[in-house]
Design a protein around this ligand. Structure first.
Ligand SMILES: NC(=O)c1ccc[n+]([C@@H]2O[C@H](COP(=O)([O-])OP(=O)(O)OC[C@H]3O[C@@H](n4cnc5c(N)ncnc54)[C@H](OP(=O)(O)O)[C@@H]3O)[C@@H](O)[C@H]2O)c1
Length: 335
């Protein structure tokens, strides 16, 4: 089959369109003929060598949707031809509160979805929600799971609470906005683009500020009109996380799920204890949360925001767009 193969670390040009052996499903596994894959920032971190335990060569890609084309031994042939989406979290483990030591994310070291076909455990496929296209279904899993766990399981956002989502153009952040809106939160956003703030408002945000303005914190306080921020959902890390400790309200919760900007250098500890703040980490999600996410998007007929669909061969161009943060929502590869 044809796939995008990463053999060496480096720029988007390292994503090579090559012929590789067709994957074969083992016991308990299915072969999915992919129709769409989605990018995640993880893919760029791996490509650049900024991820743990990188093993090359590899086929990147955690998210995918398609049709079951073959099943391994012990599985029913009834699965053949089913339209499915893939839960990219392999071997989460028995606990909901945290992943087990064997947890992996599809797409390095396990061969991922930047390919015509992928093999995954049958336990990781679910029927594609009828209202979603294959592209929309591929956009949902990794970012949606991360957003769902951060908002629902970790922060336990309640209706009427005031929530800030940073960098709303991102894949996780744009879906966090949709989920926060479903939960009945009053949601504010930051973005590096006024146009993206407008799009976020069309998706239910009350307002937003542009983080390229040094005064964004002060401007956000003006927008809040004295109401405290109950929850901040942040994937930026770095100086944004530092500022979050100043912006969060009394007894507020901050959920961190990423560090696009790197480490926070100066944590003002006094703000955490004086304001009775809870800081929580969140990563991916259990199978139960994946099912709850799919159920939520099906029941509410929600569609993950799709930025653009590139042909699979143009994975490098797609990476470039993500690294320049030009997207609003998910960048897809059509297969
Ligand atoms: N823990 C987990 O399980 C998990 C899961 C998924 C992702 N992550 C991590 O979370 C981060 C986001 O992932 P993603 O796939 O959603 O990435 P993405 O789609 O590439 O989005 C990244 C976004 O970061 C925002 N950003 C950049 N500079 C910023 C700044 N100074 N202040 C605020 N926002 C800024 C941009 O928002 P605008 O476009 O609005 O400017 C950009 O769109 C990555 O670091 C990723 O590795 C972790």
């Amino acid at each position: 089959m044809k796939a995008i193969v990463l053999k060496d670390l480096g720029g988007p040009e390292k994503l090579l369109w090559e012929e590789v052996a067709d994957p074969v499903p083992g016991a308990g596994e299915v072969l999915v003929r992919l129709k769409a894959a989605a990018l995640n920032h993880r893919d760029a971190w791996i490509r650049k060598g900024l991820y743990a335990n990188i093993q090359l060569p590899t086929i990147l890609g955690s998210d995918g949707s398609g049709e079951v084309a073959a099943v391994g031994s012990s599985l029913s042939n009834d699965l053949l031809g089913q339209a499915v989406l893939i839960n990219p979290c392999l071997d989460w483990g028995p606990e909901i509160k945290t992943q087990g030591p064997g947890m992996r994310i599809l797409g390095m070291p396990d061969s991922g979805t930047y390919a015509r076909m992928v093999v995954v455990p049958a336990a990781n496929i679910r029927p594609k929600p009828a209202h979603l296209s294959f592209e929309e279904a591929a956009a949902l899993p990794l970012a949606g799971m991360t957003a769902y766990r951060a908002l629902v399981t970790r922060a336990q956002v309640a209706a009427g609470e005031t929530v800030l989502i940073t960098g709303v153009g991102g894949g996780v952040a744009s879906m966090a906005l949709q989920i926060a809106h479903c939960l009945g939160a009053r949601t504010f956003v930051t973005s590096g683009s006024d146009h993206k703030i407008e799009r976020a408002c069309a998706l239910g945000a009350v307002g937003g500020v542009n983080y390229r303005d040094e005064q964004w914190g002060r401007k956000l306080r003006q927008l809040l009109q004295g109401r405290p921020l109950d929850v901040i959902i942040d994937g930026s890390g770095g100086s944004v996380f530092e500022r979050a400790l100043g912006l969060i309200g009394p007894a507020g919760r901050i959920v961190t799920y990423g560090a696009t900007l790197g480490a926070a250098r100066q944590i003002e500890v006094r703000r955490i204890f004086w304001k009775q703040v809870t800081v929580m980490g969140s990563t991916m999600a259990s199978p139960q949360e994946f099912d709850a996410l799919v159920q939520l998007y099906s029941a509410q007929e929600l569609r993950p925001p799709i930025d653009r669909v590139f042909p699979l061969q143009e994975a490098g161009e797609a990476h470039q767009r993500m690294e320049e943060a030009r997207q609003f929502g998910k960048i897809l590869l059509g297969i």
